[in-house]
Design a protein around this ligand. Structure first.
Ligand SMILES: Nc1ncnc2c1ncn2[C@@H]1O[C@H](COP(=O)(O)OP(=O)(O)OP(=O)(O)O)[C@@H](O)[C@H]1O
Ligand SMILES: [Mg+2]
Length: 382
């Protein structure tokens, strides 16, 4: 979740930087081009002026001037006299150039863009050059806007993609939690139904035995309800002896799994204590052990190692299962990630939530080797 938020901010900042940078850059380009074009027009005007002062004999100079004029292939221009009559056009479509009304309108628009250049070719007689930005320049002026629009669309789309993926993740968690609830309730309930059938036909002595078993199932149901109710609220943490907690938890699991799974618990010190909520913490241990047993196909060893430093308590749960590939080590905690046919990919994300959020601790894959086994580590505050 936090990762995604970072990504969003990063993407957003990136887009803004690109937008600004291109805005500044194109603005600079526009300025340079504008300057170049203004210079071109000025040269053109000078050339026109010269034309009037050179006599027809001096054909070299005239050739030079007409070359200069022909050189401009990009900037549209209209030449007019001081009566406002159009004398000629440059770089305007031939069809448009013969349409007088069109030219007048275009002249007005040109005037809005640039003051026309004045040529005083004889004292008191003037001509005007109206001109506008070349096509490239006009396009370039729009370019940052186009780019900003594209970037905005890009941000919008990536935002949609992000929230869609988050929503589908949430959906998966909901469905998974519902299934997990049903699954957890299923075992004690079917067992209770069997005991009730048994009681109906049993004698006094067997009834007492059945009631014992029923009581166990009811307390199991109680535990499950407690867990689910705690997921939503802030659980109370108590200082507990980790060895005792693990022993009780393993005891419960051991009775319910194949005899080919061997458990061993070791602690470096006699009384390593940590703050935890037993009913939630048991859930984590159960999920880790269930995964370990799945990874070993129901046959192998689970080593539990408890140790500590000055501030933290560590619990390593090591199995001799098939291991996790390097690529998956980071993803195993993602809700919905599973490599099992009937898995929901919930166990580890639930465990992470319980350890991170409710115990302010850490849980991670300490190491894993394909074909050899995996060690998960839980870090708790002392
Ligand atoms: N001890 C382990 N050894 C090897 N792979 C593991 C181990 N623990 C978890 N994994 C991998 O991580 C995946 C996710 O585990 P997680 O407990 O979240 O879901 P699951 O076990 O597939 O399904 P669920 O727990 O919801 O029934 C597993 O499918 C498995 O591929
Ligand atoms: Mg699991």
């Amino acid at each position: 979740m936090r990762d995604k938020k970072h990504w969003k901010i990063l993407l957003f900042l990136g887009a803004i930087t690109i937008g600004f940078w291109s805005l500044i850059y194109t603005n600079k380009l526009v300025k340079v081009l504008q300057h170049e074009e203004a210079k071109k027009i000025k040269t053109y005007a000078d050339a026109l002026k010269l034309q009037y002062t050179i006599d027809d004999e001096n054909s070299d100079a005239l050739n030079f001037i007409s070359e200069l004029i022909k050189n401009n292939e990009t900037i549209p221009m209209i030449l007019s006299n001081d009566m406002g009559e159009i004398m000629g056009t440059v770089n305007i479509d031939t069809a448009d150039a013969s349409d007088l009304d069109y030219l007048k309108g275009r002249m007005e628009r040109m005037k809005e863009q640039h003051e026309p250049l004045e040529i005083e070719y004889v004292k008191g007689r003037k001509q005007f050059i109206f001109y506008e930005n070349s096509t490239i320049l006009s396009l370039l002026k729009f370019y940052p806007l186009v780019q900003l629009a594209i970037i905005t669309i890009f941000i919008f789309l990536s935002y949609l993609a992000f929230s869609a993926s988050r929503r589908s993740e949430q959906n998966r968690v909901w469905v998974g939690l519902a299934r997990e609830t049903a699954h957890q309730l299923g075992t004690p309930i079917s067992s209770m139904m069997a005991w009730i059938d048994y009681i109906k036909e049993a004698d006094e002595h067997s009834r007492a035995e059945a009631i014992d078993e029923l009581t166990k199932d009811v307390s199991r149901l109680e535990l499950i309800t407690e867990r689910f109710s705690k997921i939503g609220s802030t659980p109370v943490l108590k200082i507990e002896n980790l060895y005792d907690v693990m022993e009780r938890s393993v005891d419960y699991i051991e009775k319910r799994v194949s005899k080919q799974v061997r458990f061993s618990i070791k602690s470096t010190h006699a009384n390593i204590m940590a703050q935890l909520n037993i009913s939630l913490f048991d859930w984590v241990v159960e999920n880790l052990c269930k995964n370990a047993i799945d990874a070993m196909d129901g046959k192998g060893n689970i080593f539990i190692d408890i140790h500590q430093d000055s501030k933290h308590a560590f619990i390593d749960i090591k199995d001799t299962g098939k291991g996790i590939s390097k690529n998956n080590i980071k993803t195993v905690f993602t809700p919905g990630f599973t490599t099992k046919k009937r898995g929901w990919g919930l166990g580890l994300s639930l465990a992470k939530r319980i350890i991170d959020n409710y115990h302010d601790g850490q849980i991670y894959v300490r190491d894993s080797e394909l074909g050899k086994g995996t060690t998960f580590r839980i870090v708790l505050k002392k």
